[in-house]
Write a protein that binds this ligand. Structure first.
Ligand SMILES: Nc1nc2c(ncn2[C@@H]2O[C@H](COP(=O)(O)OP(=O)(O)OP(=O)(O)O)[C@@H](O)[C@H]2O)c(=O)[nH]1
Ligand SMILES: [Mg+2]
Length: 404
């Protein structure tokens, strides 16, 4: 399953985001460092389902379909707030950074209202400096990565000397535990202009440059500008967009999303996460406080920022940064169903470049061994094993036994 990690300073709203996205009740408070252990839960990314286009009523098994939106499961990891010098092992720094490294992409949550001070304590909005906060956390990640590379570089240099591996392969092997792949290493070597340089000749500065670049390519990151419902957030959001050009900065109110999800669960409102509207079901039943809260969300968040940003931030990470495609394996190309008659039962997230052979492998290793070809269910066309899957493909895999 694709993993997204929530990182950021303490009190920026990571756990609130996590709770809104997974609807689990993990501890939230205004005290710094409330989260002591990583929380792991299942959230969903959202895409337009193929059911409407194909004119069928689906019954999803591995995912959900709500009003024509397909929600696919991903893993969300809520990390304890990072502190300055976490990379030196302060607090439980090292441990948390290794958990962050297991993520495919990161959501960097920042308090856009500036209502936390440099130490992460809640103060008045407008006091804190969200841009500096982002840089502080980035610095921690890079310093930690630098430390890991530094420590293992002699090992990689030895592998190269013994002609056991190229520099690229040797570096990949020492970084394997951090979900860093060879193409990331190749990219970072090029970016940091270290392609031809012998590993044993690397200076401290080389290692740091390489770590910066590796951090960027291996852990694509969305900046989540949270607490957009508070004063000062709009100005800070604009500065964040200006400062981090080339990155996605998503305006967000995790608190608003949580309020809407809870109201939806109680049946007070009709709300599809990520949709730009919510509707009060029965205004009579609401208490004054609930009415006030929903009006606050409507006025401060939805009307101004169109959406709460929680769903949007996860969608951006998975579809824009990681470029994932969604494919629908089926067994019957006329009814688009599985053997049990479930229509469009599964939707799978696949990396760009995934072939039908890889898809067969994802479904079952035996299927990969016996497959002969695949069929595009929309057109009935036969697809070779090395056909690269596209977004929204509906695919039947034909195995040897059922060849006609
Ligand atoms: N106004 C407003 N407050 C928010 C929002 N999101 C979170 N908060 C508040 O910010 C405070 C900190 O939230 P948490 O979710 O515990 O923050 P955290 O980043 O997980 O903190 P640590 O676990 O200590 O690192 C709480 O009082 C939340 O209610 C938001 O969108 N708007
Ligand atoms: Mg927390």
């Amino acid at each position: 399953m694709i993993k997204l990690g929530l990182i950021g300073k303490t009190n920026t709203g990571k756990t609130t985001f996590f709770n809104a996205a997974t609807l689990l009740a993990a501890e939230v408070s205004t005290y710094p460092f409330t989260t002591k252990q990583p929380n792991v839960g299942v959230a969903h990314v959202q895409t337009i389902c193929v059911c409407k286009e194909l004119g069928v009523e689906d019954n999803p098994q591995n995912s959900l379909c709500i009003d024509g939106w397909r929600f696919l499961p991903i893993e969300l990891i809520d990390l304890p707030g990072l502190i300055k010098d976490a990379w030196k092992g302060k607090g439980l720094g090292n441990q948390f950074l290794s958990v962050a490294a297991q993520a495919d992409a990161l959501l960097h949550v920042v308090d856009a209202s500036g209502s936390i001070d440099a130490e992460g304590r809640i103060t008045k909005p407008g006091v804190g400096d969200p841009i500096a906060d982002v840089y502080d956390i980035e610095e921690e990640l890079v310093m930690w990565l630098t430390k890991v590379i530094d420590k293992n570089l002699p090992k990689a240099a030895k592998m190269v000397e013994a002609r056991k591996a190229s520099a690229e392969k040797a570096l990949t092997s020492i970084l394997a535990g951090l979900k860093i792949e060879q193409h990331h290493v190749a990219h970072a070597l090029k970016d940091s202009e270290l392609e031809g340089k012998e590993l044993k000749a690397w200076t401290e500065d080389d290692v740091k440059r390489f770590a910066w670049s590796l951090r960027e390519v291996s852990k694509p990151t969305v900046i989540v500008a949270n607490k957009m419902d508070l004063p000062y957030a709009e100005e800070n959001y604009k500065s964040l967009v200006e400062e981090f050009k080339g990155m996605f900065v998503v305006p967000c109110s995790a608190e608003a999303e949580l309020a809407l999800k809870r109201a939806e669960q109680k049946g007070f409102v009709k709300y599809v996460p990520g949709e730009e509207v919510f509707r009060v079901v029965d205004a009579e039943k609401l208490t004054d406080q609930q009415k006030w809260a929903l009006e606050y969300v409507e006025k401060r968040v939805m009307r101004k920022w169109v959406r709460t940003g929680v769903q949007f931030a996860m969608n951006i990470a998975v579809f824009k940064l990681l470029g994932m495609n969604v494919v629908y394996p089926v067994d019957d190309v006329t009814t688009f169903s599985d053997k049990k008659g479930n229509v469009l039962p599964d939707a799978l997230l696949v990396k760009p470049g995934t072939t039908v052979k890889d898809l067969a492998e994802m479904i079952h290793s035996d299927l990969a061994k016996t497959m002969v070809h695949a069929i595009d269910a929309r057109t009935g066309l036969r697809l070779p094993k090395d056909y690269e899957l596209k977004d929204r493909d509906v695919i039947k895999i034909v195995a040897a036994a059922e060849r006609r």
